[in-house]
Design a protein around this ligand. Structure first.
Ligand SMILES: [Zn+2]
Length: 281
C-alpha cells in the first residue's frame, strides 16, 4: 500500500512537472503585448499579399500568413526571393555543394507552390552580399511593386532581420524603401505607374526565446527589433511541411534547435508581426 502511494505521488509530481515545463516552454514563444488575430490578411482586409525575402527558406517564418492569404477567397499571394541561397549550409546527403543554389531555387519554388502562391520570382543576387547590391535590388522591387500592386508586403524588420543576418536586414530595408518609392509619382516613371502598398508587415522573432537561449546575438536582435503588434496562430503542419520541402537546410536547422521540428512547432505555434500603415508612419 505504501509502495503504491509512493508510486502514485511520484507520478503526480512527474505529471505536474511536465505540465509546468510545457507551459513554460510555450510561454517562451509567445508575446504578451501582441493582439491575437486569426488571420493577418483577413484582419487587415488585404487582398494582394507580396512576400519579399532574401533566401529560399526565409519564407517559412511567414508561411502561415502566406498560406492563409493564398487560400482566402478573392485574395492572392506572391513572393520574391532575392537570392538562390547558394551560400547556405551544404548537406552532402542531399546534393553536391556546387549544386546548392540550383537545389534551393527548386526547393523554394516547390514550397511556394504548396503554399498556394500565384506567382514567384527568384532572383540571382549573390547570397551573402545583398548589401552591396542594395540600390539595384530596391529599383527592381519598385518595378515589381508597381507591376504586382500588392496591398500588403511581408518582409523582414530592417533593423533586426529576425536573425540579424545582413541579407535579411538588407532585403527588409530595400522592401521598406521600395514601397515608399513605388508610391512616389515623381520617382522613375519608367518603372511603372505609381502604387502604394497600404500595409508593410515585418515578421518578428519571439523575444523570450531569443533572450533566454539566443546568447549575445539573441540579445542584439531583441534590442533592435521593432515592437510586436499581432500574434497569428499557425498550424504546425505548415511549418513541418516547409522543412520537408527545404530538405537541403533541414538537417542544419534540426541541429541548431536540438529538437525534432514537430516538437519545436508544437510550442512555436504563432507568427508575430509589426505593421506599418500608409499615412500613419
Ligand atoms: Zn535567410
Amino acid at each position: 500500500m505504501i509502495m503504491k502511494r509512493a508510486i502514485a505521488a511520484a507520478l503526480l509530481v512527474l505529471a505536474m512537472g511536465t505540465v509546468v515545463t510545457a507551459a513554460w516552454l510555450d510561454s517562451q514563444f509567445e508575446e504578451a503585448d501582441a493582439e491575437e488575430i486569426s488571420s493577418l490578411a483577413g484582419h487587415l482586409g488585404a487582398q494582394s499579399v507580396l512576400g519579399i525575402f532574401a533566401h529560399p527558406d526565409d519564407e517559412i517564418l511567414a508561411a502561415g500568413a502566406l498560406a492563409d492569404a493564398a487560400s482566402r477567397a478573392g485574395s492572392v499571394a506572391r513572393m520574391i526571393t532575392a537570392t538562390r541561397g547558394e551560400a547556405g549550409i551544404p548537406d552532402d546527403s542531399v546534393c553536391r555543394p556546387e549544386d546548392l543554389g540550383l537545389v534551393r531555387h527548386a526547393e523554394v519554388l516547390k514550397h511556394g507552390y504548396q503554399l498556394g502562391l500565384e506567382r514567384q520570382l527568384v532572383w540571382q543576387y549573390p547570397d551573402g552580399s545583398l548589401v552591396a547590391q542594395l540600390e539595384q535590388v530596391t529599383l527592381e522591387l519598385v518595378r515589381e511593386i508597381r507591376s504586382l500592386r500588392p496591398d500588403l508586403i511581408i518582409t523582414f524588420d530592417p533593423e533586426s532581420g529576425y536573425t540579424f543576418h545582413p541579407d535579411h536586414r538588407a532585403i527588409g530595408g530595400a522592401a521598406t524603401k521600395a514601397r515608399r518609392l513605388a508610391a512616389d509619382p515623381v520617382f522613375r516613371p519608367d518603372l511603372g505607374a505609381p502604387h502604394e502598398a497600404r500595409w508593410l508587415a515585418f515578421v518578428l522573432v519571439p523575444r523570450r526565446i531569443m533572450q533566454n537561449f539566443g546568447g549575445e546575438r539573441g540579445t542584439e536582435i531583441i534590442q533592435h527589433q521593432v515592437p510586436v503588434r499581432y500574434a497569428v496562430p499557425v498550424d504546425q503542419r505548415i511549418k513541418t511541411r516547409a522543412w520537408s520541402i527545404h530538405e537541403s537546410q533541414y538537417g542544419y536547422t534540426r541541429r541548431v534547435w536540438r529538437a525534432p521540428l514537430w516538437l519545436l512547432y508544437w510550442f512555436f505555434d504563432q507568427e508575430h508581426y509589426a505593421i506599418e500603415e500608409a499615412g500613419s508612419a
